[in-house]
Write a protein that binds this ligand. Sequence first.
Ligand SMILES: Cc1cc2nc3c(=O)[nH]c(=O)nc-3n(C[C@H](O)[C@H](O)[C@H](O)COP(=O)(O)OP(=O)(O)OC[C@H]3O[C@@H](n4cnc5c(N)ncnc54)[C@H](O)[C@@H]3O)c2cc1C
Length: 570
Amino acid sequence: MATNGVLDARDRDATLGRLASERFDVLVIGGGITGAGAALDAASRGLRVALVETRDLASGTSSRSSKLIHGGLRYLEQFDFKLVYEALRERDLLVSKLAPHLVKPVSFLYPLYKKVVERPYVGAGLVLYDAMEGTHRPVPHHKHLSARGALKRAPALSPERLAGAMLYYDAQVDDARHTLTVARTAAAHSAVVATRVSAVGLLRGADGIRVTGARVRDEESGREVDVTAETVVVCAGVWTDLVHELAGVQAGYKVRMSKGVHIVVPRDAVQADTGMIVRTEKSVLFFIPWGERWIVGTTDTDFAGDRADPVATEEDIEYILSAANRVLARPLTRADVIAVYAGLRPLVVPSEGTGSKPTTKISREHVVDVPVPGLASVAGGKFTTYRLMARDVVDAAVADFSREVPASVTDQLPLLGADGLAAVQPAAGRLAEDYGVSRETVEHLLGRYGTLAEEVLKLTRTDPGLVRPLAPGHPYLRAEVAYAVTHENALHVEDVLARRTRLFIEAADSGTGVAAEVSSIMGRLLGWHRRRRTAETRRYLEFVAADQPAKTLDLPPVREAALAASAAGR
Ligand SMILES: Cc1cc2nc3c(=O)[nH]c(=O)nc-3n(C[C@H](O)[C@H](O)[C@H](O)COP(=O)(O)OP(=O)(O)OC[C@H]3O[C@@H](n4cnc5c(N)ncnc54)[C@H](O)[C@@H]3O)c2cc1C
């Protein structure tokens, strides 16, 4: 039965107790979008579900993507029609029914430089792209633009050689927030969701073969417990091979890691009222509108470093700047770059051979495997197709259950905050008046929490100070920090600044200037004394520093000010 889907960080001990004492049907390893999706898929089929995540929800690849919910125009060129077809249908389902508060249509301008060859080629691709959508069409059809029309929409483009453009539509999402919302919706269907808990070993049944759960370690205390489950589902992204190793099994596929870097620049650095996609030698480069900023990227290179901490290099940043500057009239410079982030694509390759294909050419389709009874795993795929990945891996996991398990229903299940949205949007004015905030603030909250927006505002009734903005020039309220603790399972400052809000990638100082304030709001709820608050602030500053050389921020003064503020108990 659906409950309210609250993930209260203060209930953590009770959650860990449930992991150790209950017997689950399905244990999901990994709290990225695929694991959150699998937990929701299984829980909404009436199964008892637990999910464990080593760090925070979406702390892996699922907070570091291009944040597009799209068919992927470039995959048509690789004849990956099935992937594009499925992804477009998922896009339309998310925009129209499952998550209209989070997944929003966005237009992309595709500049053309070779009039005779390019327009019919790209145009045919877009006719196919549009034709693959379902019948509801929540996003408009593509359009042809002349060079003049293109420059009107995007004056930032250099007119040199510009022959015209195509304008087409896809959708975008805050990937970390979407992942959290899927996990909360799973919790609303009774899933137990535990973060900072790692699977460190797999349990075997009396036959010594069947996997019957996992030994897990609480990363906060180091304590280990056994979680028993009829089946274990691995959704560990680029960590998948390591979990297979833990289980001592060889799956039918391996994961190859490909690093993708994005830069974030101010909105006024690129004059355009639409997103843009431009061709590069190896792939494409996106300019994605992101509030008052642009996200520009990405790269696609093999990676063999620390999975938990992929770092952008100066070379990555230079590559993006030079690819962008090939089409811009006013070049972007290093000084325009507010932030940089890197993520790792979990691409699947057969367990034997074909390691040499360029990563851009490896299919983004997903693969499900059951290497040993009681253990199913899924990898590859895209954020856009997470619901299908989740459905397929749960189908495989329950295939040998002795009782019948209902089919997936997630195509009919709006995520938390989506149900009743049509009635909340017109009430924005009333909410603004009732809580003494601006209409923009309410719109901001509706776009992040949907129908749950008032839950955030209600916190300001008991603590009026929470109605104040968290950081100057950014729309987040202090109440969102408190809500992150009481409803969204935020355990550390990093969880709030990097994923519940996105100041880590949106603020020039990565949010370090408000780290002490965040620590203080969290500390009041979580019972942190002064020394702990300083330690939590320091921990965030170290997290940001570890991202060097991606950041240009001047850390030492920021660090001293933030630590002094924490130590003063502010
Ligand atoms: C640069 C880039 C751009 C992208 N852009 C797009 C896009 O625009 N649109 C799109 O559709 N897709 C995009 N993708 C792909 C998409 O982001 C990924 O396919 C998706 O996020 C993968 O999610 P996941 O849950 O499989 O992996 P992850 O998000 O990495 O989740 C795996 C989780 O497992 C946890 N874990 C690992 N081991 C254990 C353990 N032993 N115990 C407990 N937990 C464990 C990890 O901590 C991690 O949180 C992009 C990817 C990249 C890198």
